[in-house]
Design a protein around this ligand. Structure first.
Ligand code: ACO
Length: 402
Protein backbone atom coordinates (compact mmCIF):
# COMPACT_ATOMS: atom_id res chain seq x y z
CA UNK A 1 0.00 0.00 0.00
CA UNK A 2 1.18 3.50 -0.75
CA UNK A 3 1.94 5.64 2.30
CA UNK A 4 -0.24 8.66 1.53
CA UNK A 5 1.87 10.95 3.71
CA UNK A 6 4.75 10.42 1.28
CA UNK A 7 2.64 11.80 -1.58
CA UNK A 8 2.54 15.20 0.05
CA UNK A 9 5.20 17.86 -0.28
CA UNK A 10 5.17 21.57 0.45
CA UNK A 11 2.98 22.29 -2.55
CA UNK A 12 0.29 19.76 -1.63
CA UNK A 13 -0.59 16.22 -2.70
CA UNK A 14 0.75 14.81 -5.96
CA UNK A 15 -0.26 11.82 -8.08
CA UNK A 16 2.14 8.89 -8.18
CA UNK A 17 1.69 6.91 -11.39
CA UNK A 18 4.90 5.10 -12.43
CA UNK A 19 4.91 4.48 -16.16
CA UNK A 20 2.00 6.96 -16.51
CA UNK A 21 -0.39 4.00 -16.69
CA UNK A 22 -3.38 6.19 -16.01
CA UNK A 23 -2.15 9.74 -16.42
CA UNK A 24 -2.99 11.88 -19.42
CA UNK A 25 -0.15 14.25 -20.29
CA UNK A 26 -1.81 16.11 -23.16
CA UNK A 27 -5.02 16.94 -24.95
CA UNK A 28 -4.61 15.78 -28.52
CA UNK A 29 -6.73 15.81 -31.69
CA UNK A 30 -4.42 13.59 -33.74
CA UNK A 31 -4.98 9.90 -32.97
CA UNK A 32 -7.91 8.13 -31.35
CA UNK A 33 -7.21 4.76 -29.77
CA UNK A 34 -9.59 2.47 -27.88
CA UNK A 35 -7.62 -0.39 -26.42
CA UNK A 36 -10.65 -2.37 -25.25
CA UNK A 37 -12.30 -2.57 -28.66
CA UNK A 38 -9.16 -2.38 -30.81
CA UNK A 39 -9.95 0.90 -32.59
CA UNK A 40 -7.26 3.12 -34.08
CA UNK A 41 -8.03 6.24 -36.11
CA UNK A 42 -5.79 9.02 -37.45
CA UNK A 43 -7.66 12.34 -37.43
CA UNK A 44 -10.89 10.34 -37.39
CA UNK A 45 -10.05 8.01 -40.31
CA UNK A 46 -9.98 4.28 -39.44
CA UNK A 47 -6.52 2.75 -39.79
CA UNK A 48 -7.98 -0.07 -41.90
CA UNK A 49 -9.15 2.40 -44.57
CA UNK A 50 -5.91 4.35 -44.59
CA UNK A 51 -3.78 1.20 -44.85
CA UNK A 52 -5.84 -0.01 -47.77
CA UNK A 53 -6.43 3.18 -49.72
CA UNK A 54 -3.90 5.84 -48.81
CA UNK A 55 -0.19 6.46 -49.33
CA UNK A 56 2.43 7.24 -46.73
CA UNK A 57 2.91 10.89 -47.68
CA UNK A 58 -0.84 11.48 -47.81
CA UNK A 59 -1.12 10.05 -44.27
CA UNK A 60 1.87 12.16 -43.20
CA UNK A 61 0.06 15.27 -44.46
CA UNK A 62 -3.15 14.19 -42.71
CA UNK A 63 -1.40 13.70 -39.37
CA UNK A 64 0.62 16.89 -39.51
CA UNK A 65 -1.96 19.30 -40.96
CA UNK A 66 -5.23 17.72 -39.77
CA UNK A 67 -7.12 16.93 -43.01
CA UNK A 68 -6.63 14.87 -46.15
CA UNK A 69 -4.97 17.04 -48.81
CA UNK A 70 -6.57 17.93 -52.15
CA UNK A 71 -4.82 16.56 -55.22
CA UNK A 72 -3.02 19.87 -55.86
CA UNK A 73 -1.93 20.26 -52.23
CA UNK A 74 -0.62 16.70 -52.10
CA UNK A 75 1.27 17.23 -55.35
CA UNK A 76 2.90 20.36 -53.93
CA UNK A 77 3.74 18.55 -50.68
CA UNK A 78 5.38 15.72 -52.63
CA UNK A 79 7.31 18.14 -54.84
CA UNK A 80 8.53 20.15 -51.85
CA UNK A 81 9.73 16.98 -50.13
CA UNK A 82 11.36 15.60 -53.25
CA UNK A 83 13.33 18.83 -53.72
CA UNK A 84 14.86 18.54 -50.23
CA UNK A 85 15.90 14.88 -50.11
CA UNK A 86 19.58 15.56 -50.65
CA UNK A 87 21.58 15.87 -47.41
CA UNK A 88 24.54 18.18 -46.92
CA UNK A 89 27.61 16.55 -48.44
CA UNK A 90 29.57 17.16 -45.21
CA UNK A 91 27.18 14.79 -43.41
CA UNK A 92 28.98 11.98 -45.20
CA UNK A 93 31.81 12.50 -42.73
CA UNK A 94 29.61 11.14 -39.97
CA UNK A 95 29.18 7.87 -41.83
CA UNK A 96 32.94 7.62 -42.24
CA UNK A 97 33.38 8.10 -38.49
CA UNK A 98 31.02 5.39 -37.25
CA UNK A 99 32.40 1.88 -36.77
CA UNK A 100 30.89 -0.26 -39.55
CA UNK A 101 29.10 -2.49 -37.02
CA UNK A 102 27.50 0.35 -35.04
CA UNK A 103 23.76 -0.07 -34.57
CA UNK A 104 21.69 1.86 -37.15
CA UNK A 105 19.49 3.42 -34.43
CA UNK A 106 22.50 5.02 -32.72
CA UNK A 107 23.58 6.45 -36.06
CA UNK A 108 20.08 7.66 -36.89
CA UNK A 109 19.54 9.60 -33.67
CA UNK A 110 22.96 11.20 -34.05
CA UNK A 111 22.41 12.19 -37.69
CA UNK A 112 18.91 13.56 -37.14
CA UNK A 113 20.18 15.61 -34.18
CA UNK A 114 23.04 16.85 -36.36
CA UNK A 115 20.60 18.28 -38.93
CA UNK A 116 20.12 21.26 -36.58
CA UNK A 117 23.79 22.09 -37.09
CA UNK A 118 23.40 22.09 -40.86
CA UNK A 119 20.06 23.93 -40.83
CA UNK A 120 20.49 26.41 -37.93
CA UNK A 121 17.32 28.34 -38.87
CA UNK A 122 15.53 25.48 -37.06
CA UNK A 123 16.97 26.78 -33.76
CA UNK A 124 14.60 29.76 -33.71
CA UNK A 125 12.25 29.02 -30.76
CA UNK A 126 9.51 31.18 -32.33
CA UNK A 127 9.57 30.40 -36.06
CA UNK A 128 6.94 31.74 -38.46
CA UNK A 129 4.56 29.03 -39.77
CA UNK A 130 6.49 29.13 -43.10
CA UNK A 131 9.83 28.58 -41.35
CA UNK A 132 8.35 25.76 -39.28
CA UNK A 133 6.96 24.12 -42.42
CA UNK A 134 10.40 24.34 -44.02
CA UNK A 135 11.93 22.41 -41.13
CA UNK A 136 9.12 19.84 -41.22
CA UNK A 137 9.55 19.28 -44.98
CA UNK A 138 13.31 19.12 -44.58
CA UNK A 139 13.10 16.39 -41.95
CA UNK A 140 10.51 14.33 -43.85
CA UNK A 141 12.67 14.66 -46.97
CA UNK A 142 16.04 13.86 -45.45
CA UNK A 143 15.12 10.97 -43.20
CA UNK A 144 14.85 8.36 -46.02
CA UNK A 145 18.22 9.49 -47.38
CA UNK A 146 19.84 9.20 -43.96
CA UNK A 147 18.26 5.78 -43.31
CA UNK A 148 19.35 4.39 -46.67
CA UNK A 149 22.88 5.72 -46.30
CA UNK A 150 23.11 3.97 -42.92
CA UNK A 151 22.25 0.72 -44.68
CA UNK A 152 24.85 1.33 -47.43
CA UNK A 153 27.44 2.14 -44.77
CA UNK A 154 26.75 -1.15 -42.97
CA UNK A 155 27.51 -2.99 -46.21
CA UNK A 156 30.54 -0.85 -47.03
CA UNK A 157 28.87 0.18 -50.30
CA UNK A 158 28.91 3.66 -51.89
CA UNK A 159 25.82 5.73 -51.21
CA UNK A 160 23.12 6.26 -53.82
CA UNK A 161 21.76 9.80 -54.13
CA UNK A 162 18.03 10.64 -54.20
CA UNK A 163 16.57 11.17 -57.68
CA UNK A 164 14.05 13.84 -58.60
CA UNK A 165 12.24 11.50 -61.01
CA UNK A 166 11.33 8.99 -58.28
CA UNK A 167 8.59 9.05 -55.63
CA UNK A 168 9.22 8.96 -51.88
CA UNK A 169 9.11 5.19 -51.43
CA UNK A 170 10.76 4.34 -54.79
CA UNK A 171 13.54 6.80 -53.97
CA UNK A 172 14.03 5.27 -50.56
CA UNK A 173 14.13 1.70 -51.87
CA UNK A 174 16.42 2.70 -54.73
CA UNK A 175 18.86 4.35 -52.32
CA UNK A 176 18.79 1.13 -50.25
CA UNK A 177 18.83 -1.57 -52.92
CA UNK A 178 19.95 0.29 -56.05
CA UNK A 179 23.53 0.99 -57.03
CA UNK A 180 25.38 4.09 -58.16
CA UNK A 181 24.45 4.67 -61.84
CA UNK A 182 22.10 1.69 -61.76
CA UNK A 183 18.59 2.43 -60.59
CA UNK A 184 16.40 -0.43 -59.52
CA UNK A 185 12.70 -0.82 -60.19
CA UNK A 186 10.44 -2.50 -57.66
CA UNK A 187 7.46 -4.79 -57.85
CA UNK A 188 4.28 -2.82 -56.99
CA UNK A 189 3.70 -5.45 -54.28
CA UNK A 190 6.89 -4.29 -52.55
CA UNK A 191 6.00 -0.60 -52.87
CA UNK A 192 2.51 -1.27 -51.55
CA UNK A 193 3.89 -3.24 -48.58
CA UNK A 194 6.22 -0.37 -47.68
CA UNK A 195 3.35 2.15 -47.79
CA UNK A 196 1.22 -0.11 -45.58
CA UNK A 197 3.93 -0.73 -43.01
CA UNK A 198 4.87 2.94 -42.74
CA UNK A 199 1.20 4.01 -42.51
CA UNK A 200 0.51 1.49 -39.73
CA UNK A 201 3.45 2.87 -37.73
CA UNK A 202 2.79 6.56 -38.47
CA UNK A 203 1.28 7.55 -35.10
CA UNK A 204 0.12 5.96 -31.89
CA UNK A 205 -0.78 8.83 -29.55
CA UNK A 206 1.24 9.22 -26.32
CA UNK A 207 3.55 6.18 -26.51
CA UNK A 208 7.07 6.25 -25.04
CA UNK A 209 8.88 7.84 -28.00
CA UNK A 210 6.10 10.33 -28.80
CA UNK A 211 5.88 11.42 -25.17
CA UNK A 212 9.65 11.88 -25.31
CA UNK A 213 9.37 14.08 -28.40
CA UNK A 214 6.67 16.18 -26.73
CA UNK A 215 8.53 16.55 -23.45
CA UNK A 216 11.82 17.47 -25.13
CA UNK A 217 9.99 19.88 -27.44
CA UNK A 218 8.21 21.43 -24.47
CA UNK A 219 11.50 23.07 -23.47
CA UNK A 220 11.40 24.80 -26.89
CA UNK A 221 14.07 22.44 -28.21
CA UNK A 222 14.13 22.37 -32.01
CA UNK A 223 12.35 19.72 -34.07
CA UNK A 224 15.53 17.81 -35.00
CA UNK A 225 16.65 17.57 -31.36
CA UNK A 226 13.17 16.51 -30.23
CA UNK A 227 12.86 13.80 -32.89
CA UNK A 228 16.41 12.62 -32.22
CA UNK A 229 15.36 12.04 -28.58
CA UNK A 230 12.27 10.17 -29.80
CA UNK A 231 14.47 7.90 -31.91
CA UNK A 232 16.46 6.96 -28.81
CA UNK A 233 13.27 6.20 -26.89
CA UNK A 234 12.03 4.04 -29.76
CA UNK A 235 15.23 1.99 -29.79
CA UNK A 236 14.47 -0.02 -26.64
CA UNK A 237 13.21 -3.60 -27.11
CA UNK A 238 10.11 -2.89 -25.01
CA UNK A 239 9.09 -0.31 -27.62
CA UNK A 240 10.19 -0.08 -31.29
CA UNK A 241 13.20 -2.32 -30.79
CA UNK A 242 10.71 -5.17 -30.37
CA UNK A 243 10.56 -5.73 -34.15
CA UNK A 244 14.24 -6.70 -34.27
CA UNK A 245 13.89 -8.69 -31.05
CA UNK A 246 10.91 -10.64 -32.47
CA UNK A 247 12.75 -11.91 -35.52
CA UNK A 248 15.79 -12.80 -33.43
CA UNK A 249 13.51 -14.69 -31.02
CA UNK A 250 11.77 -16.54 -33.86
CA UNK A 251 15.15 -17.45 -35.37
CA UNK A 252 16.36 -18.72 -31.98
CA UNK A 253 13.22 -20.87 -31.59
CA UNK A 254 13.68 -22.25 -35.11
CA UNK A 255 17.34 -23.09 -34.46
CA UNK A 256 16.35 -24.74 -31.18
CA UNK A 257 14.02 -27.24 -32.87
CA UNK A 258 10.95 -25.04 -33.37
CA UNK A 259 9.27 -25.91 -30.07
CA UNK A 260 6.87 -22.98 -29.49
CA UNK A 261 5.48 -24.46 -26.24
CA UNK A 262 8.93 -24.51 -24.67
CA UNK A 263 9.31 -20.76 -25.23
CA UNK A 264 5.79 -20.10 -24.04
CA UNK A 265 6.69 -21.82 -20.76
CA UNK A 266 9.84 -19.68 -20.50
CA UNK A 267 7.78 -16.50 -21.01
CA UNK A 268 5.43 -17.54 -18.19
CA UNK A 269 8.21 -18.43 -15.77
CA UNK A 270 8.60 -15.48 -13.41
CA UNK A 271 12.17 -16.54 -12.60
CA UNK A 272 13.12 -16.25 -16.27
CA UNK A 273 13.55 -12.71 -17.67
CA UNK A 274 12.49 -13.96 -21.13
CA UNK A 275 9.34 -12.33 -22.52
CA UNK A 276 7.50 -13.24 -25.66
CA UNK A 277 8.63 -10.36 -27.87
CA UNK A 278 5.87 -8.86 -30.00
CA UNK A 279 3.26 -9.77 -27.39
CA UNK A 280 1.44 -7.45 -25.03
CA UNK A 281 0.65 -3.78 -25.17
CA UNK A 282 0.11 -1.07 -22.60
CA UNK A 283 -3.16 0.03 -24.15
CA UNK A 284 -4.54 -2.75 -26.35
CA UNK A 285 -6.21 -5.35 -24.16
CA UNK A 286 -8.23 -7.15 -26.83
CA UNK A 287 -6.26 -7.05 -30.05
CA UNK A 288 -3.96 -4.64 -31.85
CA UNK A 289 -5.78 -3.61 -35.06
CA UNK A 290 -2.43 -2.96 -36.75
CA UNK A 291 -1.33 -6.55 -36.04
CA UNK A 292 -4.46 -7.85 -37.76
CA UNK A 293 -3.66 -5.88 -40.95
CA UNK A 294 0.02 -6.81 -40.84
CA UNK A 295 -0.63 -10.52 -40.39
CA UNK A 296 -2.80 -10.54 -43.51
CA UNK A 297 -0.28 -8.40 -45.43
CA UNK A 298 2.48 -10.78 -44.37
CA UNK A 299 0.65 -13.78 -45.85
CA UNK A 300 -0.14 -11.88 -49.08
CA UNK A 301 3.34 -10.49 -49.59
CA UNK A 302 5.17 -13.73 -48.92
CA UNK A 303 2.85 -15.50 -51.33
CA UNK A 304 3.18 -12.85 -54.05
CA UNK A 305 6.96 -12.74 -53.72
CA UNK A 306 7.12 -16.53 -53.61
CA UNK A 307 9.02 -16.44 -50.30
CA UNK A 308 8.75 -19.39 -47.96
CA UNK A 309 10.05 -18.21 -44.59
CA UNK A 310 10.05 -20.95 -41.94
CA UNK A 311 9.88 -18.38 -39.14
CA UNK A 312 6.37 -17.45 -40.32
CA UNK A 313 5.21 -20.94 -39.35
CA UNK A 314 6.90 -20.59 -35.95
CA UNK A 315 5.23 -17.19 -35.48
CA UNK A 316 1.81 -18.66 -36.26
CA UNK A 317 2.39 -21.63 -33.94
CA UNK A 318 3.48 -19.32 -31.15
CA UNK A 319 0.50 -17.02 -31.64
CA UNK A 320 -1.95 -19.94 -31.67
CA UNK A 321 -0.43 -21.45 -28.52
CA UNK A 322 -0.40 -18.11 -26.67
CA UNK A 323 -3.98 -17.24 -27.60
CA UNK A 324 -5.12 -20.53 -26.00
CA UNK A 325 -2.95 -20.23 -22.91
CA UNK A 326 -4.52 -19.12 -19.61
CA UNK A 327 -1.50 -16.97 -18.62
CA UNK A 328 -1.80 -14.92 -21.81
CA UNK A 329 -5.62 -14.86 -21.69
CA UNK A 330 -5.65 -13.62 -18.05
CA UNK A 331 -3.17 -10.85 -18.80
CA UNK A 332 -4.82 -9.94 -22.12
CA UNK A 333 -1.59 -10.41 -24.05
CA UNK A 334 -2.03 -10.42 -27.84
CA UNK A 335 0.39 -10.03 -30.74
CA UNK A 336 1.23 -6.36 -31.29
CA UNK A 337 2.09 -4.50 -34.50
CA UNK A 338 5.64 -5.79 -34.50
CA UNK A 339 4.99 -9.50 -34.22
CA UNK A 340 4.72 -9.87 -38.00
CA UNK A 341 6.34 -6.69 -39.37
CA UNK A 342 9.88 -8.08 -39.24
CA UNK A 343 8.89 -11.07 -41.36
CA UNK A 344 7.72 -8.68 -44.09
CA UNK A 345 10.80 -6.47 -43.81
CA UNK A 346 12.97 -9.56 -44.11
CA UNK A 347 11.08 -10.73 -47.20
CA UNK A 348 11.68 -7.29 -48.73
CA UNK A 349 15.44 -7.72 -48.16
CA UNK A 350 16.19 -5.69 -45.02
CA UNK A 351 18.49 -7.05 -42.32
CA UNK A 352 17.07 -7.22 -38.79
CA UNK A 353 19.17 -4.32 -37.43
CA UNK A 354 17.35 -2.03 -39.86
CA UNK A 355 13.85 -2.91 -38.65
CA UNK A 356 13.63 -0.34 -35.86
CA UNK A 357 15.03 2.32 -38.18
CA UNK A 358 12.17 1.54 -40.57
CA UNK A 359 9.76 1.94 -37.66
CA UNK A 360 11.30 5.37 -37.01
CA UNK A 361 10.82 6.34 -40.65
CA UNK A 362 7.15 5.39 -40.34
CA UNK A 363 6.66 7.12 -36.98
CA UNK A 364 8.24 10.39 -38.15
CA UNK A 365 4.99 12.11 -39.28
CA UNK A 366 3.42 11.25 -35.91
CA UNK A 367 6.34 12.71 -33.98
CA UNK A 368 6.21 15.86 -36.11
CA UNK A 369 2.43 16.20 -35.74
CA UNK A 370 2.63 15.76 -31.96
CA UNK A 371 5.53 18.23 -31.63
CA UNK A 372 3.61 20.79 -33.72
CA UNK A 373 0.41 20.27 -31.73
CA UNK A 374 2.28 20.60 -28.42
CA UNK A 375 3.62 23.98 -29.57
CA UNK A 376 0.27 25.15 -30.97
CA UNK A 377 -1.43 24.23 -27.69
CA UNK A 378 1.23 26.27 -25.88
CA UNK A 379 1.80 23.41 -23.48
CA UNK A 380 3.96 24.23 -20.45
CA UNK A 381 7.37 22.63 -20.06
CA UNK A 382 7.01 18.94 -19.11
CA UNK A 383 8.26 18.39 -15.61
CA UNK A 384 6.91 15.38 -13.67
CA UNK A 385 6.96 15.34 -9.88
CA UNK A 386 8.31 12.59 -7.63
CA UNK A 387 7.84 11.00 -4.25
CA UNK A 388 11.12 11.39 -2.39
CA UNK A 389 12.20 8.20 -0.61
CA UNK A 390 15.82 9.06 0.29
CA UNK A 391 17.58 10.11 3.48
CA UNK A 392 16.22 12.88 5.66
CA UNK A 393 18.66 15.67 6.48
CA UNK A 394 22.10 14.58 7.74
CA UNK A 395 25.39 16.33 8.35
CA UNK A 396 28.43 16.12 6.11
CA UNK A 397 31.07 13.67 7.43
CA UNK A 398 34.75 14.36 6.79
CA UNK A 399 36.34 11.73 4.53
CA UNK A 400 38.73 10.60 7.25
CA UNK A 401 35.80 9.81 9.54
CA UNK A 402 33.71 7.65 7.15
N1 ACO B 1 5.61 -12.10 -22.33
C1 ACO B 1 5.29 -12.63 -21.12
N2 ACO B 1 4.66 -11.96 -20.15
C2 ACO B 1 4.30 -10.69 -20.40
C3 ACO B 1 4.57 -10.07 -21.64
C4 ACO B 1 5.25 -10.82 -22.62
N3 ACO B 1 5.53 -10.28 -23.81
N4 ACO B 1 4.11 -8.81 -21.61
C5 ACO B 1 3.57 -8.62 -20.42
N5 ACO B 1 3.66 -9.78 -19.68
C6 ACO B 1 3.13 -10.01 -18.31
C7 ACO B 1 3.99 -9.32 -17.27
O1 ACO B 1 5.01 -10.20 -16.79
C8 ACO B 1 2.95 -9.00 -16.22
O2 ACO B 1 2.66 -10.20 -15.53
P1 ACO B 1 2.26 -10.18 -13.95
O3 ACO B 1 0.97 -9.42 -13.89
O4 ACO B 1 2.15 -11.62 -13.59
O5 ACO B 1 3.38 -9.48 -13.24
C9 ACO B 1 1.71 -8.63 -17.03
O6 ACO B 1 1.86 -9.36 -18.27
C10 ACO B 1 1.58 -7.15 -17.33
O7 ACO B 1 2.77 -6.71 -17.96
P2 ACO B 1 3.42 -5.28 -17.78
O8 ACO B 1 4.86 -5.35 -18.08
O9 ACO B 1 3.02 -4.73 -16.43
O10 ACO B 1 2.63 -4.46 -18.87
P3 ACO B 1 3.05 -3.06 -19.45
O11 ACO B 1 1.81 -2.43 -19.96
O12 ACO B 1 3.86 -2.29 -18.46
O13 ACO B 1 4.04 -3.43 -20.66
C11 ACO B 1 4.83 -4.08 -22.80
C12 ACO B 1 3.66 -3.49 -22.00
C13 ACO B 1 6.13 -3.32 -22.47
C14 ACO B 1 4.53 -3.90 -24.28
C15 ACO B 1 4.98 -5.59 -22.44
O14 ACO B 1 3.81 -6.28 -22.78
C16 ACO B 1 6.20 -6.24 -23.11
O15 ACO B 1 7.29 -6.19 -22.54
N6 ACO B 1 6.02 -6.87 -24.32
C17 ACO B 1 7.13 -7.43 -25.05
C18 ACO B 1 7.89 -6.35 -25.80
C19 ACO B 1 7.11 -5.81 -26.99
O16 ACO B 1 6.59 -6.55 -27.82
N7 ACO B 1 7.10 -4.47 -27.09
C20 ACO B 1 6.45 -3.77 -28.23
C21 ACO B 1 5.22 -3.05 -27.79
S1 ACO B 1 4.40 -2.34 -29.17
C22 ACO B 1 5.32 -1.02 -29.58
O17 ACO B 1 5.98 -0.38 -28.82
C23 ACO B 1 5.29 -0.66 -30.95
Amino acid sequence: AVDISKLRDQSGYITLDPGFKNTGAAKSAITFLDGETGILRYRGYPIEQLAEKSTFLEVAYLLIYGDLPTKAVLEQFRTDIKSQMMIHEDMKNFFAGFPSKSHPMGQLSCLVGALSAFYPESLDPNPTPEEEDKTIINLLAKMPTIVSWIQKKSLGHPVVYPKTNLGYIDNFLNMIFGEVNQDKTFDPVVIDAMHKLLILHADHEQNCSTSTVRIVGSSNANLYASVSAGINALWGPLHGGANQAVIEMLEAIKNDGGDAEKYLAKAKDKNDPFRLMGFGHRVYKNFDPRAKIIKKACDDILEKLGVNDPVLDIAKKLEEAALNDQYFIDRKLYPNVDFYSGIIYRALGFNSEMFTVLFALGRLPGWIAQWKEMRENKEPIGRPRQVYTGQTERNYVEITQR
